[in-house]
Design a protein around this ligand. Structure first.
Ligand code: FPP
Length: 242
């Protein structure tokens, strides 16, 4: 059980990462196609950005499409890509108005050219914004991110711009897609699954995990507050003793 604390008295996690699971089951319960669940899930993701900022969260990172999601039907993959396309375009104005900085992590090389172009436009046009740091993981896999980082790092060693003995955790971290971001304090996964599914494996080494049975399309500010209440009960020692 989590204890009730007033939101203004809560210790707010600086960085929250979310695995938005359960869109398919939400749709199935309503006899709707899976794609309807994703559409509702995208609306919820937009709303949660506003709610996160209201609560004082500075970094929000969501898992929109994994490197494994290509295995889904062509129809579902196409629909998810279209949702992301629409999101990139509609966000241009909204993020400018709300001072949101958008970043996309993942391997963009496999994405369609028009989507890559809208992603760069959105990243570029919001890069000076000082409000919520909103990161969307698209064609993201944690192991893939680590392998890409190792390749970049190996190239730098080979061309003598990096000394092997100078490699430490901070240097390695600087080769990841999330280089400029703090590590997540809290990782939330909806829909009752208890795994991290290749989401930010390096970065969540010391994160607190909050799992809820609520399906992503039903997730709202009240549920986000419950996750933060849970976070407030945790005693984070980072391997030390208090
Ligand atoms: C998991 O539900 C969800 C996904 C694989 C995709 C998440 C994508 C969105 C919420 C929409 C895109 C986001 C933006 C910001 C435009 P699932 O399909 O695995 O559900 P199930 O486990 O119930 O089948």
């Amino acid at each position: 059980m989590t204890k009730k604390i007033k939101t203004e008295e809560m210790n707010i996690p600086g960085h929250v990462a979310i695995i938005m699971d359960g869109n398919g089951r939400w749709a199935k319960k309503r006899l709707l196609p899976r794609t309807a669940g994703h559409a509702q899930g995208a609306r919820v993701a937009e709303q949660i950005c506003d709610d996160a900022w209201d609560l004082g969260i500075k970094y929000l990172t969501i898992y929109a499409f994994s490197t494994e999601n290509w295995k889904r039907s062509e129809e579902e993959v196409g629909m998810l890509m279209n949702l992301l396309r629409k999101y990139m375009l509609s966000s241009l104005e909204k993020c400018a108005k709300n001072n949101v900085r958008v970043r996309v992590i993942g391997d963009k090389t496999r994405l369609a050219e028009d989507l890559r172009k809208s992603i760069s436009e959105l990243e570029e046009s919001t890069k000076e914004n000082t409000g919520l740091n909103f990161t969307i993981a698209i064609n993201y896999g944690g192991r893939d991110e680590i392998v890409r980082a190792v390749k970049k790092l190996a190239k730098d060693v080979k061309n003598n711009s990096l000394d092997i003995d100078g490699i430490d955790e901070d240097v390695f971290n600087s080769y990841l897609d999330t280089a400029e971001m703090p590590y997540p304090d809290l990782m939330i996964r909806t829909s009752g699954e208890l795994r991290s599914s290749n989401f930010l494996p390096w970065q969540i080494a010391y994160s607190e995990f909050y799992f809820t049975d609520v399906l992503w399309p039903d997730f709202d500010k009240k549920e986000l507050i419950k996750a933060i209440e849970y976070y407030n009960q945790r005693d984070r020692r980072f391997g030390g003793v208090k």
